[in-house]
Design a protein around this ligand. Sequence first.
Ligand SMILES: [Zn+2]
Length: 134
Amino acid sequence: MPLRGEKIRTGSLHGLGAHSPVARREFDRSSPVALDVDEASRRLVIERVGRRCEYCLVDEDSAGFPHQIDRIISRKHGGSSGIGNLAYACVLCNRYKGSDIASIDRSGNPIRFFDPRRDVWDEHFKLNGPSSNR
Ligand SMILES: [Zn+2]
C-alpha cells in the first residue's frame, strides 16, 4: 500500500467500450453480490449514482445485466458494508475488480484501483464518443 501523502495513480478496470444490452432490469431486483447489505443501503447506493456503474458509468438499462453492489474495499481487506464503502458496479467492472483493491502496472509498480468515494472520475478517465450523458 502507498504511504500517506504518496501520490498514487489509479487505473481502469477494463476498457470503456459499451456493454451490449441483453436484458432489462427492474429497479427493485437485488444484486446477487454483497447479500449482507440491507435493502435500505442498496437503495441509497443506487439512488446516489442514478443507476450508473460508478467505475465505467454505463447506465444500468444499457448494461444488459443488473448492476451489483460492490464493496470498494472487500471484506477480506477489512472493508465494511457501510454506505461509504459501497459502490454500484456493472457486472463486468465488478467481476474484473473482484475482491482486489490494486494491481501491478506494466512497469511493475503497484497501482490502486479507482475508488469512487475518494477519487474524482473525470480526473482519471475520459470518455470517447458522441455522448456520455454526464
Ligand atoms: Zn462498469
